[in-house]
Design a protein around this ligand. Structure first.
Ligand SMILES: [Zn+2]
Length: 766
C-alpha cells in the first residue's frame, strides 16, 4: 500500500496508522531519489512509523507499506447490525462447499477496513483511492470509482485497477471478486450496474431496475445531483450485514436476488426499500459523513427516512404510512428495554449505535421535522446542509444550523428533545363535551425524571357529522386542557390527525368513534388503527361490518389486516364471511393477502376448506403455496400429505419451512434424509423455524437413529454466524430432551459458551 498524507494542523514526525493483524514486511518513505526505509513499532493493532523529519500541514509525503493481511486470524467481534468485523471475507475459498460460489468481498463499517489495508480508520478522515486486484481471468471485480485499467497477465491472471477521484471516508472503501453477471443501466451518462450470480441475470432488472428513477428522484428532491462517478450494486454470499453503502459500490446480501416466481412475493420493505436506503446514503453518509459513531443518526436516520420518501413518491401515501407504522413499532419494541439519546457521546461499544434508535426512531424524527417546518423548508434545508458540508464530516449541530439558517427559526428545542434527550412522549388523551364546548385534555405520562417534557405541535381534527375542522395546538406541559367551540357533540375527535407524532398515544375513543374514524380516515394509519383496536369486538354488528368493508380496501395491507382479524370469526353472517374469505384466498391480486386468507381459513379449527387449500397448492406464489401447506399440516390426510411430499424439491426457502412443519406433524423415517439434504437451501431467516421443525420431527424417531440430526443441530447451535439460527437449532434440540435426557448436558454447554448478549440474556431466563 502507498499512502499519501498531510498533517491536519500540527507538525508531525510520527505517523500512527490502524493496521489490524498484519505481517509487516517493510515500511518506506517514497522519495524522488528512491525509497528510504523507516523504523516503526507495531503491536498488531496500530503501526507507529517514525518519519525522517517533521512535516507541516503544507507538506505532503508518501509512505509505502509492504504487508500481508490475515483477517481469518483476527479475534471475532461485531454487532447486531453487522455480525462480524474481520473486514475481508473469503467465501468457499477452496471450492468445497456445495451450491456456493467462490467470492471475495469486504465490509468496512465500522472500523474493519484496517483489517486489510493500513489507514486512519475513523469516519472523520477522507481519501481518494486506487485499488488493483489480480484475479483468475474468469472472475469479475468491483471496487469504488471507475475501472481505469484491466490488464491480462502472462500467468493467466488479470489485474483490474479501480480509481475513485472523489474523497470519501475509509470505512466506505470496498472490493469484491467473484463469478458475477453484470447487468447495466445508466443515469445521466453514469453507469448504473447490478452484479448478480449468473442464474439471476434475467431478473436483475426486476429487482434493481428502479435505481435510475431513484437517482433522478433523490437528485431532484435534494436539489443536488448524485455526485459520484458511477453507481453499482452487488449481491454477495454469507454477508454479515443487511447492506452497505460503500461509495459507488453498494453491497447487498444474496437474498436480495430473486427468481421471477420469488418476485411475485416481494414486498416493498423487503428489498426495494433497502435499495433506496443504500442509495440515499450516497448523500447522507458518503457525501456528508458523521464525524464520529456518536453521530451515526446523521447517516442512518436519513437513509431510513429515504425509504419513506421513495414509498411516498413511487407508491403513494398508503405504502408510506405502512413504512411509518412498521418503523414506529420497531422502535417502540426496542424502547421497552433501552432508551438512549439519538446522539450518544457515551456508549459501551460503538456497534451499539446500530440500533432501532439510529434507524427507525431517527427516521420518524426527521418526518416530524419535515411536518413542522413544511416541505419546501425541509428540502431547502437539506440542500443547504449538503452543499455547505460536502465532502466533510459533521456533527448534529450542523444539521440544526442548516435548518435554522434556512427557516430563520430557533430550533434548539426540537433538536434538544428529539436528538439529545432520551425517550418519547407517552400521551393520554381524553375529551368531554357540554354546552357547545369541547374540552380536550392532554397528559404527558412519560417518566420526566429521565425524559423531557415535550413541546409538541400537532393537529386536532374535530368531526361533526361529515364535516371536519382542523385545529393546530402546541402542547408544552405535562397536563393541559384545550377548549374548542362545537355546535353539536362531535362524532370523532382525532388527536394528531396527520399521524406524524412519534410516541405512544392512548386516545380514549368509543367503538362507535373508532368505526366512524375508519370510514372517515384521511390516511392509512387512521384506517389501520380501528382494525387493530377493535379486534376483540369483531363479533359486534357495526364492527364486523367495518372488517368486511375493509376487505374491499384498495390497499393490500388493509385487506390483509382485516383478514387477519377475522381469524376464528364468531359474529353474524358466518357463512357469508367464510365465503368472502375463500374468495380472497384465490382471487386477490396480492399474494400476501391470498396467503393471509388461507391462514385465516385454517384458524376455523373444525372446518376444512380443502378446495381452497388445493387451489393454494397450485398458486403461482410460493407464499400462498406455503400457507396452503401449513393449513394442510394442521390435519393432513394420506392424500394431502402425498401432495406435500410431491413439492419437497422446491427451490423456495419459505416453502421448505412449511413442508418441514408438515413433516414434523405427520412425517415418517422416510423424510429424515430430506431434512438434512435441504438444510443448505434454507435462508438464514427461515432456518430459525426449519430447525425447530427438524427437532420436533426427530421426537418420533428412535434415539439411536437421530445421531446425525442431533449432531447437525448441535453444530449449528454452537457455530452458526447468525444468533437467531443458533437459537432455532438450540430450540430444536430442546424438544428432544424429554426423550433423550443426555442432551441436557449438551444444551448447558451451548448456553455456557454463547457470546451474543441477546442470546445470553435469553438463556439466562431458562
Ligand atoms: Zn444504512
Amino acid at each position: 500500500a502507498v499512502l499519501t498524507l498531510r498533517p491536519h494542523f500540527y507538525p508531525q514526525s510520527t505517523l500512527l496508522l490502524d493496521a489490524k493483524g498484519f505481517d509487516i514486511k517493510t515500511v518506506q518513505l517514497v522519495g524522488e531519489k528512491g525509497d528510504k526505509t523507516l523504523t516503526y513499532k507495531y503491536d498488531k493493532a496500530q503501526l507507529s512509523i517514525t518519519l525522517d523529519r517533521a512535516y507541516t500541514r503544507e507538506q505532503t509525503y508518501q509512505v509505502r507499506i509492504n504487508y500481508v493481511a490475515k483477517p481469518n486470524e483476527l479475534p471475532q467481534g461485531g454487532s447486531a447490525a453487522i455480525t462480524s468485523d474481520k473486514g475481508l471475507y473469503f467465501i468457499n475459498p477452496l471450492g468445497q462447499e456445495r451450491n456456493k460460489p467462490r467470492q471475495i468481498w469486504t465490509q468496512g463499517e465500522t472500523q474493519s477496513n484496517s483489517c486489510w489495508f493500513p489507514t486512519i480508520d475513523h469516519p472523520n478522515q477522507r481519501m481518494t483511492q486506487e485499488i488493483s486486484m489480480t484475479v483468475d481471468n474468469q472472475y469479475k471485480t468491483l471496487s469504488n470509482g471507475l475501472l481505469v485499467a484491466s490488464r491480462k497477465n502472462a500467468d493467466g491472471t488479470r489485474t483490474d485497477t479501480w480509481r475513485q477521484s472523489l474523497a470519501a471516508a475509509p470505512y466506505l472503501t470496498m472490493m469484491a471478486v467473484g463469478d458475477f453477471a453484470v447487468v447495466s443501466d445508466t443515469w445521466h451518462g453514469k453507469a448504473v450496474d447490478y452484479y448478480v450470480e449468473p442464474r439471476y441475470k434475467n431478473t436483475a432488472k426486476a429487482v434493481f431496475g428502479n435505481t435510475p428513477e431513484m437517482l433522478e428522484f433523490y437528485s431532484k428532491r435534494l436539489g443536488l445531483d448524485f455526485p459520484w462517478e458511477k453507481y453499482a450494486q452487488i449481491a454477495v454470499r454469507d454477508y454479515v450485514s443487511g447492506a452497505m453503502e460503500n461509495t459507488t459500490a453498494t453491497v447487498h446480501g444474496n437474498t436480495i436476488q430473486a427468481t421471477s416466481r420469488e418476485l411475485l412475493d416481494t414486498q416493498y420493505e423487503g428489498s426495494e426499500s433497502t435499495i433506496a436506503h443504500e442509495l440515499f446514503h450516497h448523500w447522507f453518509g458518503d457525501y456528508v459523513t458523521c464525524e464520529s459513531w456518536s453521530n451515526l443518526p446523521l447517516n442512518e436516520s436519513f437513509a431510513n427516512y429515504s425509504q419513506y420518501l421513495w414509498a411516498e413518491h413511487k407508491y403513494g401515501p398508503d405504502q408510506a404510512g405502512l413504512v411509518q407504522q412498521h418503523d414506529l413499532a420497531a422502535y417502540l419494541e426496542e424502547a421497552n428495554d433501552k432508551r438512549e439519546p439519538l446522539i450518544r457521546y457515551r456508549y459501551q461499544n460503538r456497534e451499539d449505535m446500530f440500533d432501532r434508535h439510529s434507524y427507525e426512531k431517527g427516521g420518524r424524527v426527521l418526518h416530524m421535522l419535515r411536518k413542522h417546518v413544511g416541505d419546501d423548508a425541509f428540502f431547502a434545508a437539506l440542500n443547504h446542509y449538503l452543499t455547505k458540508n460536502k465532502y466533510t464530516a459533521v456533527e448534529i449541530s450542523k444539521l440544526r444550523e442548516a435548518f435554522e439558517e434556512t427557516t430563520g427559526e430557533d430550533l434548539m428545542w426540537f433538536f434538544d428533545q428529539w436528538f439529545m434527550q432520551r425517550g418519547h412522549p407517552e400521551l393520554k388523551i381524553t375529551h368531554s363535551y357540554s354546552n357547545g364546548q369541547l374540552l380536550l385534555r392532554v397528559r404527558q405520562m412519560q417518566d420526566t425524571l429521565f425524559q423531557p417534557i415535550y413541546r409538541l405541535p400537532v393537529t386536532v381534527t374535530i368531526w361533526q357529522k361529515d364535516k371536519a375542522n382542523d385545529h393546530r395546538i402546541t402542547i408544552t406541559k405535562t397536563d393541559e386542557t384545550f377548549s374548542f367551540l362545537a355546535a353539536d357533540r362531535p362524532s370523532l375527535v382525532k388527536f394528531d390527525s396527520e399521524a406524524q407524532l412519534l410516541g405512544e398515544i392512548d386516545e380514549e375513543r368509543s367503538s362507535e368513534e373508532l368505526v366512524f374514524q375508519f370510514y372517515h380516515a384521511r390516511n392509512y394509519l387512521q384506517r389501520a388503527e380501528p382494525l387493530e383496536l377493535l379486534h376483540n369486538k369483531a363479533a359486534d354488528a357495526g364492527v364486523s361490518g367495518m372488517y368486511r368493508n375493509a376487505l374491499q380496501d384498495n390497499f393490500y395491507a388493509i385487506r390483509r389486516s382485516a383478514l387477519d382479524h377475522l381469524r376464528a370469526y364468531r359474529g353474524s353472517a358466518p357463512t357469508a364471511v367464510r365465503s368472502e374469505i375463500q374468495h380472497f384466498a384465490t382471487a386477490d391480486p396480492s399474494s400476501a393477502v391470498r396467503a393471509q386468507a388461507i391462514t385465516t381459513l385454517a384458524s376455523f379449527s373444525s372446518e376444512n376448506f380443502s378446495t381452497v387449500y388445493q387451489a393454494g397448492l397450485r398458486d403461482s406464489s410460493y407464499l400462498v403455496e406455503a400457507a396452503a401447506v401449513a393449513a394442510i399440516a394442521k390435519a393432513p390426510t394420506p392424500a394431502s400429505f402425498q401432495q406435500v411430499v410431491a413439492m419437497e424439491n422446491t427451490n423456495s426457502s419459505a416453502l421448505l419451512v412449511a413442508i418441514a412443519e408438515c413433516y414434523a406433524k405427520a412425517g415418517t423415517m422416510e423424510q429424515y434424509p430430506w431434512f438434512l439434504r435441504r438444510l443448505p437451501d434454507v435462508n438464514d431467516l427461515d432456518l430459525y423455524a426449519y430447525l425447530q421443525s427438524f427437532g420436533a420431527f426427530m421426537v418420533q424417531m428412535p434415539v439411536i437413529e437421530r445421531e446425525k440430526g442431533v449432531k447437525t443441530l448441535e453444530t449449528l447451535a454452537r457455530t452458526h454466524p447468525q444468533y437467531y439460527v443458533r437459537l432455532g437449532a438450540y430450540k430444536g434440540l430442546l424438544t428432544l430432551v424429554p426423550s433423550n435426557p443426555a442432551l441436557k448436558e449438551t444444551l448447558r454447554d451451548i448456553r455456557d459458551n454463547e457470546k451474543d448478549e441477546r442470546l445470553k440474556a435469553y438463556y439466562g431466563l431458562i
